[in-house]
Ligand binder design. Sequence first.
Ligand SMILES: [Zn+2]
Length: 417
Amino acid sequence: MKKTNRGWLPAYCQPDAFLPKVPETRVLFSRRPFLFQDFLGKAMAFLQSGTARKMGFVYRPESALPCKWRCADESLFGVDLCLYAYTGQYPFDKGAIGGMYNEASLGAAAHHGGINMDFGGSHVGYVPGEGGGRFGAIWRPLHQEYSTDCGYLMGVIEPFRKVYDDACRNILVYDPVGERLVVSIPNEFLHPDWSSHHIKLLVDLEAMTAETVDYQDDLPHTHTLVGRSLFYLHPGFIACLSPAQAQAFHTPRPTPMGRALTHQFFNIFDATASLDEAGQPKQKLLPYMKHIVSAAHSPEGLKAAIINTSLNHNALTDAVRSQAFLPYDFVSFTGIFIDLYDDDLQSYVNLFQPLGLTIKPKGCQREVEMTTEEIHHVLGKLPLAPPMLPLEDVLGFSEPEIPLEKFTYQPGYFTRP
Ligand SMILES: [Zn+2]
């Protein structure tokens, strides 16, 4: 009889539970990100353009309050300086550590300016290098070493990534007698009680396996190993393998499953996570964790930043639709901040990949929305608006020394460390 272990999953991890979608990394990064100061120059030109007026937005500089929602990390301070240079106003802080939008800030910001110009999102460090570079770390000059960036998000991911990597190394696939692929799974990845770790990774028996390998006295490959269970692989799993992976597994030598452990074939959860009354985790990244740690085209730090940004953008644009904000204009430029350290300038530099732009004109409850592709298309053609204060005076430099061509990441073209 077909076995299942889905009954041990929390409700939010059930494979048939719907998870709202977030933009694909492949699509977002089909174009190189902007240097943030350039993006801002174009964003200000856009707000004063006929295109924005057609969307119902009328720019009134005397009422426009620049706002930021971003992590507290000092590597992002250049974002504040750019907002100051371009608008001549100190930005209002709508952010919190980890790239969260702080809902309590919204009422105050609306009282300070009739137009809120929001610039925000999660951030991720980038170290240029071979194979598309490395995400999730940055040079920290005060420690003279690399450290995580965003430290908060990388800290949330880290224990899940370790358990996932352990599973990739220790779930073994082989073809004992040249007939059928067998998978040998440590029991801690089959039943949560067999693992003392609070992060539980459970292979999805229904998706990955066909049936158990039954013990037969005269067939040594059917003899049970202590701490492991043996199954024949499901044809659906085999169909997902690349030719190189399939070839690597057709050997009598047990071979680690590695990155063939994709999101359709496992679930992962924190048994100690705090849940709300509806059974949803308070840390809203958790339902996405298996996609973050196993993403084929996205380094996990970047994937987590995209998901976190999407969740917070949704919370912000949802909140501004309330009746209380009807008399105000909100313009939200949301994206991923990519932090680099510029050795020559001895300064952090921020790139920005827009993820969405929404405009809620005053008197309206619904916004006009633009995708990454549309933003690149519309803003790409615009000149930079002149800053109110020279960038060189505010930032200490007018443009980075580090060439932006150093950002070589393209989806599918990167090497995992
Ligand atoms: Zn951070």
